[in-house]
Design a protein around this ligand. Structure first.
Ligand code: CAA
Length: 260
């Protein structure tokens, strides 16, 4: 597809999607959201790709959120559509079956934070700032923020962040459980690559099934979740990758997982 708002690169089993509107601090308009969705679909279907990284162009922003210019003068129907579009993008990440890492290279506000929260891991540069500032323009989060943020930080902190719109720095976000790691800005790319390569070497079916189980864990009744885990365990235990993992362990070598 023609790419106006995103860059897309594949190397060493990693697909990297870069939101490429640095002059607008990588704000997400509908076109950009749809481009990201098309890239994600491609990465999902590409057997050579095991991990996806989403980041922002430039050194200021991962994404400053939904593009406020497209939000001006929306009708209720259009507003619902824009909200659903972002929600579908986030749901696509969760349903993708491969790990998705957000490399947060600066501001992650509004829809930018919501996009990052849908990813499996979030690694941020020390200068990153996170927040749901929609309240300051008379909005509420519309791409899943009212639902995902409390699951990370609890209702009290989520209400504080959403009611006040205040920004938090990367260290605070890490302490609150929103981030997996915070690294110096000049090391973000290399640390994310290190992380992605580690995940790319893991057995894909085990990753896919554990991702689905964990994503559903807060909504599923524990008894049902346990059954689902047991069934997934049965599937994983019958894969070629499990045989390879055990053989490699006994032969004291590194396993080569094929996703079979
Ligand atoms: N939408 C559209 N354009 C945006 C934008 C956004 N969300 N955020 C920044 N920009 C644009 C600015 O308009 C500006 O463009 P021009 O140079 O053409 O004027 C450019 O990016 C640089 O921004 P600033 O000059 O404002 O840069 P700054 O360093 O002074 O401030 C900022 C940075 C604090 C991020 C500030 O730009 C800001 O507050 N942005 C809005 C953040 C926001 O409210 N995000 C939530 C959006 S709504 C949403 O996301 C709803 C949802 O849940 C889906």
């Amino acid at each position: 597809m023609e790419s106006r708002n995103t860059l897309y690169e594949k190397s060493e089993k990693i697909a990297t999607i870069t939101i490429n509107r640095p002059k607008a601090l990588n704000a997400l308009n509908a076109e950009t959201a749809k481009e990201i969705m098309a890239r994600l679909e491609d990465a999902k279907n590409d057997e050579n790709i095991r991990v996806i990284v989403i980041t922002g162009a430039g050194d200021r922003a991962f994404s400053a959120g939904a593009d406020l210019k497209m939000m001006k003068d929306v009708t209720p129907v259009k507003g619902v559509e824009l909200s659903r579009l972002g929600q579908q993008l986030c749901d696509q990440i969760e349903a993708l079956g491969k790990p998705v890492i957000a490399a947060i290279n600066g501001y992650a506000f509004g829809g930018g934070l919501e996009l990052a929260m849908a990813c499996d891991l979030r690694i941020a540069s020390e200068n990153a700032q996170l927040g749901q500032p929609e309240i300051n323009v008379g909005l509420i989060p519309g791409w899943g923020g009212t639902q995902r943020l409390p699951r990370f930080v609890g209702k009290a902190i989520a209400k504080e962040m959403i009611f006040t719109g205040k920004r938090i720095d990367a260290k605070t976000a890490e302490r609150l459980g929103l981030l997996n790691a915070v690294v110096p800005a000049d090391q973000l790319k290399s640390k994310v690559k290190e992380f992605a390569l580690e995940l790319a070497g893991k057995p894909p079916i085990a990753i896919k099934l554990s991702k689905a189980l964990i994503n559903n864990s807060t909504e599923t009744h524990p008894d049902v979740g346990m059954w689902q885990e047991a069934e997934a365990f049965g599937i994983v235990a019958s894969t070629e990758d499990f045989k390879e993992g055990v053989s490699a362990f006994l032969e004291k070598r590194k396993p080569q997982f094929k996703g079979k």
